[in-house]
Design a protein around this ligand. Structure first.
Ligand code: ADP
Length: 587
C-alpha cells in the first residue's frame, strides 16, 4: 500500500473514531440537556397552574377547576389534570373529569402526594400514547391538598430530539468531510517531497545518478533531500571513478599480448581477454559464465586449472595446444583469494611462445646453414691450397685448374658474404633512404649488364608501357638489387636458347613488374619454400651457378618493405614468372 494511502487511511480512521466519539458524547449531552429543560419547562407550567389554585373555594368546585385547566391548556399546549389527595380527578383539560378513574395509583401523582415532584415518561391508558408527566403538589397553607399534573406527548420531545440529532450529526459530518479534504491536501503537500525522494531513490537504484531532489526548505524532509543529493553526487563520483578504472583495466586487458583467463571456484569463466580467446580459439560471444571444461579443449591445461583451484598454489608450465592450431604456450596459474583468504578461483596467464620458438629455430637453422655454406668453399679452397703446397703447383695444368677453382670458390664466398651482409642490413630494419627515381632508366642500366654478360644464353625481351611511367618512390639501389636477383635467377635457370622477359605496367596505382623465363621451372611442391633463406630446389645446380640460396629471400624482404607483394607462377620445364609491385611517387 502506498505511503500516502496508508497515511490517509490512518487519518480517516482517526477522524472517524474521533467523530463517532464526539458525536455520541455530544448527542447524549444535548439530548439530556433538552430533556431536562423540557421537564423543567413542564414543571414551571405545573407550578403556574398550581398558582391558579391558591384559593381553596375554587378548588372545592370541580367545574371551576375543569374550566381553569381547559383555559390554561389552550395556551400551555399539553394535558393538565388536577386531582385531590384521594386521587379523585377534579379537572382535566383533555377528558371529561367525571369519567376519569381515580388517579391515586399513578406513580407521578403518588410522588407528588408525598410532597415530591413526580416526573415520569410512561404510556397513558387514557390517551393511548406515551406521555411525559410532571406532577406538582398543590399546597394550601403548607398542607398538600391535591396534585397538578401536566402531561405532554413524548413524540413532540422525540421529534425535537431527532431534529437536534440531525443537526448535530450533519454538522459533525460536514466538519469531518472538511477536515478530511483539508487533511488530504495537507497530506499531499507533506507526502510530495517524500514521494519525490522515493522516485529519486528508485532512479538511483536503476543507475540514473544524475537524479536530484528539487525540494528546498528548512524542514527535515528538505534535509533528507539534501542528504540524498549529496549521496547521489558521491555515488556518481565513485561510479565514474570505478567506470574509469574498469575502462582502463579493460583496455589494458584487451591490448595485452598475453592471454588472461579468470575462472571462479565453480570452474566457470569470469573473464577471457581477446588474446586468450585467440590463443584458445574461443568465439567472443557467450564465454562468460560458461564452464571452463566446455571451452578449454586441452587436457593438460584443464588439469593445471583444476590443480590450482584445489591446492591454491601458483604454477608455471609450458604446453602444446592442438586447437585451433598447433601452438606452444607458457602458462602461469595463480589462485584468486577473497579478503578472508578463501579460494575464489584462479587466474591463468597464457603466453604464446610459438613465434618465439619458431624464430629461435629459424635462427639456429640460419646459423647452421651459414656455417655449412661457408665451410664448403673454405674446405675446398683449403684442400686445393694444401694439394698445391704439397707439390701439385709443379704441374702447370693442375695449377691452372686449381687456381681457377680457388678463384670460383672465392667468388662464391664473396657472393655469400655480400648476400649475408645485405640480409643483415635488411634484418636490422634500418630504413634505407627513399627517393623518387625513373624506373625505365634503372631497367636500362640493369638490362645492359645482362645483355653484356648473358648474350650467349638467350634473348632478353622488354615489354614497356606506351605511356610514360610515374617515378618509383623507394631506395634505388635496393630495387636495382631486386631486378638483378630476379633476372640473374631467370638467366641462371634458363638453358641456352631460352628467353627472359621483363614486363612493366601500371596497375591499381602501383607499378607492376614481371620477370619471366622459359627455363627449367620450379616443381610445385617447392614453390611455397623458394623464398626461404638457403632454400634451393637443386642445391648442386644452384651452387654450380654461383647461387647462395639467399637471393629470393632478399628480394621478398625488399619488396615487402615497400608494402608490395611478390608472387611466383611456375611449371616444371616450362618456365617461371616472378611478379612484384612497386610504390609510385605521389606528387
Ligand atoms: P639461388 O642463389 O640458389 O638462386 P635464390 O634464393 O635466388 O637462390 O633462389 C632459390 C631457388 O629457387 C633456387 O635455388 C632455384 O632452385 C629456384 N629458382 C629461383 N629462380 C628460378 C627460376 N627463374 N627458374 C627456376 N628456378 C628458380
Amino acid at each position: 500500500m502506498k505511503f500516502r494511502t496508508r497515511l490517509f487511511l490512518f487519518y480517516i480512521i482517526g477522524i472517524g473514531l474521533i467523530t463517532i466519539l464526539w458525536a455520541s458524547y455530544f448527542i447524549h449531552f444535548e439530548e439530556n440537556r433538552v430533556r431536562d429543560s423540557w421537564r423543567e419547562h413542564e414543571l414551571i407550567q405545573a407550578k403556574l397552574v398550581a398558582a391558579n389554585f391558591t384559593d381553596g373555594a375554587q378548588f372545592q368546585d370541580p367545574r371551576k377547576v375543569s374550566s381553569t385547566v381547559a383555559r390554561i391548556a389552550k395556551v400551555a399546549d399539553g394535558r393538565i389534570t388536577v386531582v385531590d389527595t384521594a386521587g379523585k380527578v377534579l379537572g382535566d383539560s383533555s377528558e371529561d373529569y367525571t369519567k376519569l378513574p381515580n388517579h391515586s395509583d399513578r406513580p407521578e401523582i403518588r410522588a407528588a402526594l408525598f410532597g415530591r415532584i413526580g416526573m415520569i415518561d410512561r404510556f397513558s391508558d387514557t390517551l393511548k400514547q406515551r406521555l411525559i408527566y410532571v406532577a406538582y403538589p398543590l399546597r394550601m397553607k403548607g398542607k398538600i391538598v391535591g396534585v397538578v399534573r401536566i402531561a405532554k406527548e413524548e413524540s413532540a420531545l422525540s421529534s425535537l430530539l431527532l431534529r437536534l440529532r440531525i443537526v448535530i450529526i450533519s454538522g459533525i459530518i460536514i466538519t469531518a468531510i472538511l477536515t478530511l479534504i483539508f487533511g488530504a491536501l495537507i497530506m499531499r503537500r507533506l507526502s510530495e517531497p517524500i514521494l519525490d525522494l522515493k522516485g529519486l531513490a528508485l532512479r538511483i537504484s536503476r543507475g540514473d545518478l544524475s537524479a536530484r531532489v528539487r525540494y528546498f526548505g528548512d524542514d527535515e524532509v528538505a534535509e533528507l533531500g539534501l542528504a540524498f543529493n549529496n549521496m547521489a553526487e558521491k555515488l556518481a563520483d565513485s561510479f565514474s571513478i570505478i567506470k574509469d578504472e574498469k575502462r582502463k583495466l579493460e583496455a589494458i586487458l584487451e591490448n595485452l599480448v598475453d592471454g588472461i583467463l579468470v575462472i571462479d571456484s565453480d570452474l566457470k569463466i569470469v573473464l577471457a581477454n581477446r588474446a586468450a580467446q585467440d590463443i584458445l580459439g574461443l568465439s567472443s560471444s557467450n564465454i562468460q559464465g560458461r564452464p571452463v571444461l566446455e571451452v578449454v579443449l586441452n587436457h593438460h591445461l584443464m588439469n593445471l586449472i583444476q590443480e590450482v583451484n584445489l591446492s591454491g598454489q601458483a604454477f608455471e608450465s609450458e604446453l602444446f595446444l592442438y586447437y585451433p592450431d598447433n601452438k606452444q604456450i607458457q602458462v602461469f596459474l595463480a589462485p584468486l583469494k577473497d579478503d578472508d583468504g578463501t579460494l575464489a578461483g584462479s587466474i591463468v596467464v597464457l603466453n604464446d611462445l610459438t613465434k618465439l620458438r619458431q624464430l629461435e629455430r629459424v635462427r639456429q637453422d640460419f646459423v647452421a646453414n651459414v656455417s655449412h655454406e661457408l665451410r664448403t668453399p673454405i674446405t675446398s679452397v683449403k684442400a686445393m691450397a694444401e694439394t698445391l703446397i704439397n707439390g701439385a703447383w709443379k704441374d702447370q695444368a693442375m695449377l691452372d685448374r686449381y687456381l681457377e677453382a680457388i678463384d670460383q670458390e672465392s667468388d662464391r664466398l664473396s657472393n655469400l658474404i655480400n648476400d649475408l651482409l645485405d640480409l643483415a642490413k635488411l634484418d636490422s630494419n634500418v630504413e634505407a633512404s627513399k627517393e623518387p627515381f625513373d624506373f625505365i632508366q634503372l631497367i636500362t642500366e640493369v638490362q645492359e649488364r645482362f645483355i653484356n654478360t648473358n648474350s650467349e644464353k638467350g634473348l632478353f625481351a622488354l615489354d614497356l608501357p606506351d605511356s610514360d611511367l610515374p617515378e618509383v618512390e623507394a631506395n634505388r639501389d635496393r630495387i636495382k638489387q631486386v631486378l638483378i636477383n630476379l633476372l640473374d635467377n631467370a638467366f641462371k635457370y634458363t638453358p641456352p636458347g631460352g628467353q627472359v622477359r621483363l614486363s612493366v605496367w601500371l596497375e591499381n596505382g602501383r607499378i607492376k613488374v614481371a620477370v619471366s623465363d622459359n627455363g627449367i621451372g620450379i616443381p610445385k611442391e617447392d614453390l611455397g619454400r623458394i623464398f626461404e633463406r638457403f632454400y634451393r630446389v637443386d642445391k648442386a645446380r644452384s651452387r654450380e651457378k654461383g647461387g647462395t640460396g639467399l637471393g629470393l629471400s632478399i628480394v621478398k624482404h625488399i619488396v615487402e618493405s615497400y608494402g608490395g607483394k611478390i608472387e611466383v607462377e611456375s611449371s616444371l620445364h616450362q618456365g617461371s614468372v616472378f611478379t612484384f609491385t612497386l610504390p609510385i611517387h605521389q606528387g
